[in-house]
Design a protein around this ligand. Structure first.
Ligand code: NAP
Length: 266
């Protein structure tokens, strides 16, 4: 089978760190074009806008949208209306209803709309899900604390409305939690902290529960220096489960049971 001709829109940090090396190693895909106002990818055709790119390169099968979430909806509509399959970086949009609208547009055209959650592909996630399916869970705590100055330098969009603030990393935790817990969870209370000059939160404390009244809490904080915490801890009747390092390492009662190299994007 010939490879899928893919293009990228929004050439920034995640494209350079993950998308380019992952696509280069996968023979099922061929990167043939990119669109970005400033960023360029060496060795392929580059354009300033998605419209220009789609008009100039009809061979594109699929478009990977890697710009900030506030600008994803318009680009996704443009790509779907041009008959292209679409990959959405996480979070898939700035609001739920715009993503639902894209879903119905993709369905009506028979196109794929892949709303990706890379953290769900972290190495320990499936083993954690299997463990939690086999054990009575008493309590779940999510601790997602990182240094915004280190991970998001010069990203003004992340502090603007729709940029999600500390939920930009926090949503990675929630994408895992909603995948590994046996029942859907819903929020019962939350406290969000906003810097005075910003439109998005720098920290959040959230409580959730599920149909069986399982207590689930999450602490997101962007002011963490030193050790960075990306942990999901579940107290169960079969032992204490710790899914650490963003889903990379799984231990039960202090014993490491799953530790594989990270391969989320591939
Ligand atoms: P980024 O470095 O700021 O890059 C995004 C690129 O999008 C920018 O370089 C910019 O390139 C382009 N862009 C298009 N319209 C824009 C606009 N109106 N304002 C600002 N930039 C615009 O951000 P990123 O870290 O790659 O993150 C992009 C998306 O990937 C986010 O949704 C983020 O949550 C997700 N993500 C990031 C990471 C990570 O570790 N960084 C991990 C997983 C997922 P031009 O100026 O050339 O147009």
């Amino acid at each position: 089978m010939s490879p899928i001709n893919i293009s990228i829109v929004g050439v920034g940090k995640i494209v350079r760190d993950q998308h380019l090396p992952s696509i280069a190693k996968n023979a099922d895909y061929k990167l043939i074009a990119a669109a970005s106002r400033h960023g360029v990818v060496d060795g392929i055709d580059n354009f300033k806008s998605i419209e220009e790119m789609l008009a100039a390169v009809p061979a594109i099968d699929a478009v990977s949208l890697c710009m900030p979430p506030q600008f994803r909806y318009a680009a996704a509509r443009t790509a779907l209306e041009a008959g292209k399959h679409v990959f959405l970086e996480k979070p898939p949009g700035a609001t739920l209803s715009e993503v639902a609208d894209l879903q119905s547009l993709a369905d009506s055209r028979g196109l794929s709309l892949f709303a990706s959650w890379h953290s769900r592909y972290a190495p320990g996630v499936e083993a954690a899900k299997a463990f939690l399916a086999s054990a009575k869970i008493n309590d779940v705590k999510v601790i997602w604390k990182e240094d915004v100055r280190h991970w998001h330098p010069n990203q003004d969009w992340i502090w603007a409305a729709g940029g999600l603030g500390v939920f930009d990393p926090g949503i990675n935790a929630l994408s895992i939690v909603t995948h590994i817990l046996p029942n859907p969870v819903f929020i019962t209370s939350a406290t969000l902290e906003f810097p005075e000059n910003r439109d998005a939160p720098i920290a959040a404390s959230i409580n959730f529960t599920d149909a069986n009244k399982l207590p689930v809490s999450a602490e997101f904080d962007w002011r963490q220096t030193g050790h960075q915490s990306w942990d999901i801890v579940a107290e169960t009747e079969a032992g204490l489960m710790v899914l650490a390092e963003g889903g990379a390492k799984l231990s039960i009662d202090g014993k490491l049971v799953h530790d594989e190299p990270e391969q989320e994007y591939p």
